[in-house]
Design a protein around this ligand. Structure first.
Ligand SMILES: C[S@@+](CC[C@H](N)C(=O)[O-])C[C@H]1O[C@@H](n2cnc3c(N)ncnc32)[C@H](O)[C@@H]1O
Length: 203
């Protein structure tokens, strides 16, 4: 998959390498290069101009989304880690995307609840704490324009979601998967890319 998908450029591959060397225990949270290429393509196909990301880490997925945005596009990023997002800021600068990205450093649910009443997005990417997913979904879906996209990462979580031997309380994303599937405001598909990516299109 990675060998025959668009190759990450030097900014993305340097960011992946720096993330691995600076934060070896956390680096696995970063999306993979094929998923990044897919997300840039989806953002372009959706004609997205306004996007929101919940869970930014060192900024890899934010670069992939921001690069796909239409002219004048803006990405709002939500995270709580100054340490991890300081690396993101460096690479957004290097990618020439710093003016397209607005980082909000506080719990994402607070950022979402504090959005102006009429704020609407074309695309959202949910990739933060798993127990928070249902709450993020409930805040995000009403703010996506009809035809817009919601992406949720780790909805297979390396197969643990599908492993009946692991109890539900250890796999909070199962409740999210049920919640999203039952939502009649969207059309939805769960893809086995990365650790699972749910792709929902607002009707
Ligand atoms: C899986 S990582 C995101 C990876 C990123 N999308 C990428 O591809 O590199 C999850 C991120 O969610 C952030 N996070 C955890 N709990 C959060 C919360 N309550 N609000 C906002 N961000 C949170 C963490 O600090 C971490 O950076």
């Amino acid at each position: 998959m990675t060998a025959h998908s668009a190759r990450p450029d030097a900014v993305l591959s340097d960011l992946a390498a720096e993330t691995l060397s600076a934060f070896p225990d956390a680096a696995g949270m970063q999306i993979g290069p094929e998923q990044g290429a897919f997300m840039t393509m989806l953002t372009r196909l959706a004609g997205a101009r306004l996007a929101i990301e919940i869970g930014t880490f060192t900024g890899y997925s934010a670069i992939c989304i921001a690069r796909g945005l239409a002219d004048g596009g803006q990405l709002t990023c939500c995270d709580i880690s100054e340490k991890w997002t300081s690396v993101a800021r460096t690479y957004w600068q290097r990618a020439g995307l710093a003016d397209r990205i607005d980082l909000q450093l506080r719990p994402a649910i607070e950022t979402l609840r504090a959005l102006p009443e009429g704020a609407v997005f074309d695309l959202a990417f949910i990739d933060a704490d798993k127990p928070g997913y249902v709450g993020y979904w409930d805040e995000v879906v009403p703010r996506i324009r009809p035809g817009g996209l919601i992406l949720a990462d780790n909805t297979l979580s390396s197969g643990r979601v599908a492993d009946p031997a692991i109890p539900d309380e250890r796999v909070p994303v199962r409740a999210f998967n049920d919640h999203a599937l039952a939502d009649e405001r969207v059309d939805l598909v769960l893809l086995s890319i990365g650790d699972g990516l749910t792709l929902a299109r607002k009707r």
